[in-house]
Design a protein around this ligand. Structure first.
Ligand code: KIV
Length: 299
């Protein structure tokens, strides 16, 4: 476990931290970028030890951690708490905090104020926001304030209702051109990277080819510069609906369930705790304790 003090993007990076410009260099070198979500210190630590490049404290937390059925209810305070936990656990990966719905849509000023909280109070290295269009001005305001911005286009879960639900985007030529133009405009506005979610592979490939900044795909095919998966999806911990782009690398929910069942049964039948799980005291102290108890009981 690290005890090294961390600093956000406004300060000198903590030693060992992946430098942000390295991401564009990785794209140049054709090296794939690995991003994963995390929501607490242990998962931040595990992701760091596994060598991932980027950790997203996604507002998917609303669904996979907080039990909501969409990302919309996530609040700034909840996201700040989760981001703080992750930055305590992760050292080398850049930690990107997702700005929750309602915390940046109102104005550029609101976006900058919210993002500053994530950098100052939770040591986030960068923030992520969803959309293009009006968000271009948010990106310029945030990068002008010195806060690195990751964009997110395609299926944007915070505004899924407007998109007609949780479904793939950019499947018609006209919509694909719109996505392509949005990605170029987000790069021009100053984003350091763009998440492409649920976008046809050829569209993601053309966008990736056209940009100098890296694209991170989720359901966007193999030609993106990097990939991201949600922690609970990858580990088989989320029992809700899994989109087709999810690959499960483990099935931990049944393993965890079996362990908790064994624990419950051992508590009930007295097999736990054993001698090795308990603390002793000397016979002398025990005798004094018994005497003291006898005295208390007698009075
Ligand atoms: O909130 C999240 O986890 C995300 C990823 C799916 C990109 O936005």
């Amino acid at each position: 476990m690290t005890t090294r003090p961390r600093q956000g993007s406004a300060g000198t990076p903590a030693s060992g931290k992946l430098p942000l410009p390295e991401l564009a260099e990785m794209k140049q070198r054709g090296e794939r970028i690995v991003m994963i979500t995390a929501y607490d210190a242990p998962s931040g630590r595990i992701a760091d030890a596994a060598g991932v490049d980027l950790i997203l404290v996604g507002d998917s937390a609303a669904m996979v951690v907080l039990g909501h059925d969409s990302t919309v209810p996530a609040t700034v305070d909840e996201m700040l708490m989760l981001t703080r936990a992750v930055t305590r656990g992760a050292d080398r990966p850049l930690v990107i905090a997702d700005l929750p719905f309602g915390s940046y849509q109102v104005s550029d000023e609101q976006a900058v104020e919210t993002a500053i909280r994530f950098v100052k109070e939770a040591s986030a290295d960068a923030i992520k926001l969803e959309g293009a269009g009006v968000m271009l001005s948010r990106v310029r305001a945030l990068t002008g304030a010195g806060i690195p911005v990751m964009a997110h286009v395609g299926l944007t879960p915070q505004t899924a209702t407007m998109l007609g639900g949780f479904k793939a985007q950019g499947r018609s030529a006209a919509k694909a051109v719109q996505l392509y133009d949005d990605a170029l405009a987000l790069q021009a506005a100053g984003c350091f990277s763009i998440v492409l979610e649920a976008v046809p592979s050829p569209v993601a490939a053309r966008i990736t080819e056209a940009l100098d900044i890296p694209t991170i795909g989720i359901g966007a095919g193999p030609d993106c510069d990097g990939q991201v998966l949600v922690w609970h999806d990858l580990l088989g911990l989320y029992e809700g609906h899994a989109p087709r782009f999810v690959k499960q690398y483990a099935e931990l929910a049944p393993t965890i369930g079996a362990a908790v069942e064994r624990y419950a049964s051992e508590v009930r039948n007295g097999a736990f705790p054993e001698e090795k799980h308990t603390y002793s005291m000397t016979d002398k102290e025990l005798a004094v304790f018994e005497e003291a108890l006898a005295e208390v009981r007698a009075n």
